[in-house]
Ligand binder design. Structure first.
Ligand SMILES: C[C@](O)(C(=O)O)[C@H](CC(=O)O)C(=O)O
Ligand SMILES: [Mg+2]
Length: 292
């Protein structure tokens, strides 16, 4: 076995070992710790998640590289599981994309995906997306590959072309991105298993399926996706959506009833929280360092 060192190397190893690799969105350091503890082998920092959760903004290209790097550092500081990061359109031209690769690597990311939407981007599952030319997307990938400081950092090209240009054009773009050095392809807003099969047949790199809820893609099971050659399955905002509904319920209950008794059952207990945080080992350290 080769020794695993960098985050990128860990992500590559996870892709090779898990079939398919499930990649779960972790909106912050603590949820990342829970995902790690239950056994997930790869984590994801969603661009929509950073915008929505950290800034209260829609996923319309309004957050910056630094905004995302701050959240990367928080998560990679708290876990050892490799983190794939949403780099949206890369935040500019070749030199901006170069900085994106270098800064995300420094922040501890294992890899990123960069997409072919215009800078004024939208969520991949919304109508009326606009994409740049294939040539411009290939230039984005070339800039990213050239900027790598760790050759294991995973560069994933995301194509949003299916909506505007159809399956064949989307696959042609993906192929062009692979020729330019992309390590993996993110096929966005795919509708059917047959379409995934067409992507995986045409490509010799791992393909990711984005199984986000309430979008254009049905909630295919990982075994169905493995059956059509998909090697990574992404759940970018699943826990976030559930957390939001739970929080809303608590806020409404406290307001309506004057106490939280009815919703305590739905809460993670203090003991559970402390367990995930290894709280007691910190206290023990304090006691042993500063004996009274
Ligand atoms: C994967 C994604 O890019 C994200 O930012 O998490 C979003 C997810 C979503 O909005 O459901 C996307 O698919 O565009
Ligand atoms: Mg996104």
């Amino acid at each position: 076995m080769t020794s695993v060192t960098s985050a990128g190397a860990k992500l590559r190893q996870a892709i090779a070992q898990e079939q398919p690799l499930q990649i779960v969105g972790t909106i912050n350091a603590y949820t990342a710790m829970m995902a790690e503890r239950v056994g997930h082998k790869a984590l994801y920092l969603s661009g929509a998640g950073v915008a929505n959760a950290s800034f209260g903004l829609p996923d319309l290209g309004m957050t910056s590289l630094n905004d995302v790097c701050e959240d990367i550092r928080r998560i990679t500081g708290a876990t050892d599981v490799p983190l794939l990061v949403d780099a949206d359109t890369g935040w500019g031209g070749a030199f901006n994309i170069s900085r994106t690769v270098k800064e995300m690597t420094r922040a501890g990311a294992a890899g990123f995906h960069i997409e072919d939407q215009v800078a004024q981007k939208r969520c991949g599952h919304r109508p009326n997306k606009e994409i740049v030319t294939q040539g411009e997307m290939v230039d984005r990938v070339k800039a990213a590959v050239d900027a790598r400081t760790d050759d294991q950092f995973l560069i994933m090209a995301r194509t949003d072309a299916l909506q505007q240009e159809g399956l064949e054009a989307a696959i042609a773009r993906a192929q062009a991105c692979v020729e330019a050095g992309a390590d993996a392809i993110f096929a966005e807003a795919v509708h059917t298993l047959e379409q995934y099969q067409a992507f995986t047949n045409a490509l010799n790199v791992p393909v990711l399926a984005n199984i986000t809820e309430f979008g254009a893609t049905p909630l295919f099971n990982k075994d169905e996706l493995a059956g059509v050659g998909v090697e990574m399955v992404l759940y970018p905002l699943s826990a976030f959506r559930a957390m939001n509904k739970a929080a809303l319920n608590v806020y409404e209950n406290i307001l309506a009833k004057g106490d939280q008794k009815d919703v305590v059952e739905s809460m993670q207990t203090r003991a559970e929280l402390y367990d995930f945080l290894n709280y007691h080992s910190f206290e023990e350290k304090l006691d042993s360092l500063f004996k009274k």
